[in-house]
Design a binder for this molecule. Structure first.
Ligand SMILES: Cc1ncc(COP(=O)(O)O)c(C=O)c1O
Length: 380
């Protein structure tokens, strides 16, 4: 986006400083703010719900479906990610002795729902790998047994940014009849997140989608609707004519099937507007732009003597880069970033080391990466 005026209208955060923390809680876009403001105006005049908003809800399902490569009927509008993943964990008809494979180094939202299934006689099976390494088929294969029902992975790791080898893992799981669940929050909106073998995918809007916190999507493929009973029930997903509770439970169709009650309409509006913006900017252009910035950042950081978390052979491209704490610690770097209003995120690794995580998006420009590298200095 060459025109500075347009950039500052589209991404108001760019007026405030340099924002390089999209893997954390990203700023909402200008269009998202406008859409949410418009909803707020209507809401204050007694129209929280209207014919107009239901059309927008449908558009939200449609634009999300284009990002996910699924049908709009397969998109439920929920959020946060933990709600989507938890709903999957709670809704599957598990049999005692079933096994579920998860990544113990993943973000908590994609760990606890599976661990907790032990209470229901399901065996949670952790992947065995070194933190920071990408997950390959060779990591998944050895832990599969005839009892494996589901494998849950993140489309990109929240610290290393590395993507699992889904183009191989997906088809291999399908061959074995194993369900695939994805936490898509660290790629949806920036990197391709269309995995035909994924049966379920959950993501909140507050990162790469540039939407507000607490609005998100849960994709459930039609082919597995009969395997996932909606575990949360209410007037919205159970057919309830005239708002009267019925003696029988019959589920609504489409994404509503997994939405138990009133929707988070302001949040959904923000998510829709940002997804449409990203789509208009062009999936591929946004992706190439963010990847180019991330590559330059890694190159500069390496030249300055920093170690990249999860280095080694890269299977895929990544937009998230974490730098390993240098011998002298992060304090001087942290101070410089704060003084110059450069927003990055600081995250701990399981071994206690503090990582400096940097995650540029389509809204960033090359000069911002150069400024970041100048402030970073050398590893000393
Ligand atoms: C991989 C991953 N999943 C999920 C989340 C957020 O979860 P939730 O939307 O439940 O707050 C994050 C946030 O850092 C994340 O990195």
């Amino acid at each position: 986006m060459a025109d500075p005026g347009e950039r500052s209208r589209t991404f108001p955060v760019t007026r405030e400083g340099i924002f390089l923390a999209h893997a954390a809680v990203a700023p909402i876009s200008g269009p998202a703010r406008e859409a949410m403001d418009a909803w707020t105006q209507d809401a204050s005049r007694g129209r929280q719900e209207s014919l107009e908003i239901w059309k927008k809800v449908r558009q939200t399902r449609e634009v999300a479906a284009r990002f996910l490569g699924c049908d709009w009927e397969e998109v439920s509008l929920l959020g946060p990610t933990a709600l989507g993943l938890g709903l999957v964990a709670l809704g599957i008809h598990w049999k005692p002795g079933d096994e579920v494979v998860y990544d113990p180094y993943d973000y908590p939202a994609n760990v606890y729902p599976w661990l907790d299934l032990a209470r229901r006689g399901v065996r949670p099976v952790p992947l065995k790998r070194n933190p920071g390494e990408a997950i390959g088929w060779e990591d998944v294969k050895p832990v599969l047994t005839p009892k494996t029902r589901l494998v849950s992975l993140a489309t990109a790791h929240y610290l290393s940014g590395r993507q699992p080898e889904l183009s191989v893992i997906g088809p291999e799981l399908k061959k074995r009849g194993v369900l695939l669940c994805l936490d898509g929050i660290q790629t949806l909106g920036v990197l391709p997140t269309r995995w035909p073998e994924a049966d379920f995918l959950a993501a909140d809007a507050h990162k790469w989608m540039l939407g507000p916190v607490g609005a998100g999507v849960l994709m459930v493929r039609k082919r597995v609707w009969d395997q996932l009973h909606p575990p949360l029930l209410g007037s919205w997903n159970v057919v309830s004519p005239d708002f009267l509770a019925q003696p029988e439970i019959a589920f609504e169709g489409e994404g509503r099937r997994y939405e138990p009650g009133s929707l988070n309409l302001p949040g959904i509006e923000g998510m829709r507007a940002s997804l449409e913006l990203l789509e208009n900017l062009g999936h591929d252009d946004v992706q190439q732009h963010a990847l180019g910035l991330a590559r330059r950042l890694r190159e500069g950081a390496r030249q300055a003597g920093f170690r990249i978390y999860g280095s080694g052979e890269d299977r895929g491209e990544r937009v998230i880069t974490s730098l390993v704490e240098p011998p002298g610690g992060w304090e001087p770097v942290k101070r410089r970033m704060e003084e110059e209003n450069v927003r990055v995120s600081w995250r701990k690794e399981h071994d206690g080391k503090v990582l400096l995580r940097v995650s540029p998006h389509g809204s960033n420009i090359p000069g911002e990466i150069e400024k970041f590298l100048t402030l970073l200095g050398t590893a000393g």
